[in-house]
Design a protein around this ligand. Structure first.
Ligand SMILES: Cc1cc2nc3c(=O)[nH]c(=O)nc-3n(C[C@H](O)[C@H](O)[C@H](O)COP(=O)(O)OP(=O)(O)OC[C@H]3O[C@@H](n4cnc5c(N)ncnc54)[C@H](O)[C@@H]3O)c2cc1C
Length: 449
């Protein structure tokens, strides 16, 4: 869905790049699509010699200006192979998408430990922003990385692993693309398993009253709540080693394609045209929710279809604040009569230790706010951010936020450790752009801090 229009792999003609949501555009000097690590090295060296900056792009599923550049854009979509499997450690080229990886892993009887709710992202792209799923016992995707290969600004290839370069790896696991180009990743996978997912509407008050129990007693628990309603759609997934009895495809299609995309899309268009009807539209959505079940191998259950376009902001807060923070979010929409047609999504993960992981050092609750495409998101997202800030919220690196390095530094105990590794690996800011300078600081600030 991401459009990259360019005349060829090494063209110097201006290309236009647009993200999935269609609201972020960039005009890189050139787009390079290497086929192997050597070509990545050559592209980075050439850019450095010409004094150009470099940004890697994955599947373009970030909602922010993270990949935008007027320098060289490196697209690793041709580097999408599984390279080796050693017991449960899988080494892959960084441009593989999670969708491509699922069936490849299954051939070896393996699975990713956990996933988010789509699988269009590339491995490197998902890691760079600390992409996560839900499940109290599971960290985000980057927590499973045990090794990486990284091309740095002078074209040197660094092999990072947990034994010989533990600190560099802690920095590179969640890097915002600011340390270099990741060419290979080794991920600790788990034996393949199946998931039984149950979606069930429940009164929000009941969900909040039983929240700890729901999160603690299920492998994966999350819920969605539409503003102006009090019915949450809960989603509970249970892991099993039994052979799954896959839900018929037509049944999933009917629900996901028709109800969750076609019908939702039509209702959203009505709400966008007549904003005063938004509470009625949301109430209609809440009333139409019903229980459903899906069972299949894990990678086919985690991934859902998202055809209705939206933009998103998401914050990670300490888990204990979940109920209070969510209540404040619903209040702010309803008090200000904001026209918000999409639900808040609430998920949970274990803490982990990548320097810039949004779950670093704390059990985390993620609250995501969405706005339908073509509707003004800024006032809502700004108010949402203010609420999240009161709970020590850390913004998702791939989603919309207005925070700067000075706001973020106090929220990350290892901020300066990351900054030092950034200076070491990218001393001249080759892998920066305006967005990374805002959220991570400029290179001068990093060096002199
Ligand atoms: C519909 C939808 C659903 C989503 N669901 C979830 C979800 O469930 N959970 C969640 O946490 N997030 C979710 N996201 C956000 C998404 O997972 C992140 O934004 C992710 O980073 C996108 O991956 P990508 O491959 O598209 O990377 P891009 O958006 O293209 O790039 C992201 C970052 O990765 C860097 N990068 C890419 N490749 C490399 C490389 N080879 N070397 C170094 N840096 C690299 C880029 O420079 C950039 O900084 C969702 C987004 C959408 C649009």
């Amino acid at each position: 869905m991401t459009a990259i229009r360019t005349a060829g792999r090494t063209t110097a003609r201006t290309a236009t790049w647009t993200n999935w949501a269609g609201d972020r555009t960039s005009h890189p000097t050139s787009v390079v699509r290497p086929r192997d690590e050597e070509e990545v090295v050559r592209a980075v060296r050439t850019a450095t010699e010409r004094g150009l900056t470099v940004r890697a792009v994955g599947s373009g599923h970030s909602f922010s200006d993270l990949v935008c550049t007027d320098g060289v854009m490196i697209d690793l979509s041709h580097m999408n192979r599984v390279l080796s499997v050693d017991e449960h450690h899988v080494t892959l080229q960084a441009g593989i998408t999670l969708r491509e990886l699922g069936p490849r892993n299954a051939e070896y009887g393996l699975s990713l430990e956990n996933q988010g709710d789509i699988d269009a992202q590339t491995m490197a792209g998902a890691l760079a922003t600390a992409t996560h799923g839900t499940g109290r016992a599971f960290g985000n995707l980057s927590s499973r990385v045990v090794g990486m290969r990284l091309v740095t600004a002078d074209g040197t290839v660094r092999q990072l692993d947990r034994t010989t370069t533990p600190e560099l790896l802690r920095a590179a696991r969640v890097s915002l693309g600011a340390l270099g180009i990741v060419t290979e990743v080794t991920v600790a996978c788990v034996p393949a398993f199946a998931l039984r997912r149950v979606d069930r509407p429940r009164p929000l008050d009941d969900v909040l009253a039983e929240l700890d129990q729901l999160v603690d007693t299920h492998d994966h628990f999350e819920f969605f709540i539409w503003p102006y309603t009090r019915t949450a759609m809960t989603r509970t997934s249970t892991r099993t080693d039994d052979t799954p009895s896959p839900t018929p495809l037509w049944k999933r299609r009917l629900r996901e394609e028709f109800t969750e995309n076609t019908v939702l899309g039509a209702l959203c268009r009505v709400g966008r045209r007549f904003p005063s009807l938004v509470p009625t539209v949301n109430a209609t959505v809440a009333r139409s929710m019903s229980e459903s079940r899906v069972e299949d191998v894990a990678h086919r259950v985690y991934a859902t279809t998202r055809k209705v376009k939206f933009t998103e902001s998401e914050y990670a807060i300490p888990r204990r604040h979940c109920a209070e923070a969510l209540t404040a979010c619903l209040d702010l929409v309803e008090r200000r009569h904001l026209a918000i047609l999409f639900p808040f999504e609430v998920r949970f993960t274990a803490s982990d230790d990548a320097y810039l992981s949004t779950a670093e050092g704390r059990e985390t609750c993620y609250i995501a706010a969405h706005q339908y495409q073509g509707m003004d998101a800024d006032p809502f997202f700004r108010a949402f951010e203010d609420v999240m800030a009161t709970y020590g919220g850390r913004p998702h690196w791939g989603k919309r936020h207005t925070r700067t390095a000075s706001d973020l530094r106090p929220l990350y105990p290892h901020w300066d450790d990351f900054a030092e590794r950034r200076t070491e690996l990218d001393p001249t800011g080759t892998f920066g752009n305006a967005h990374t300078r805002r959220v991570l600081g400029t290179h001068d600030e990093v060096v002199t801090r």
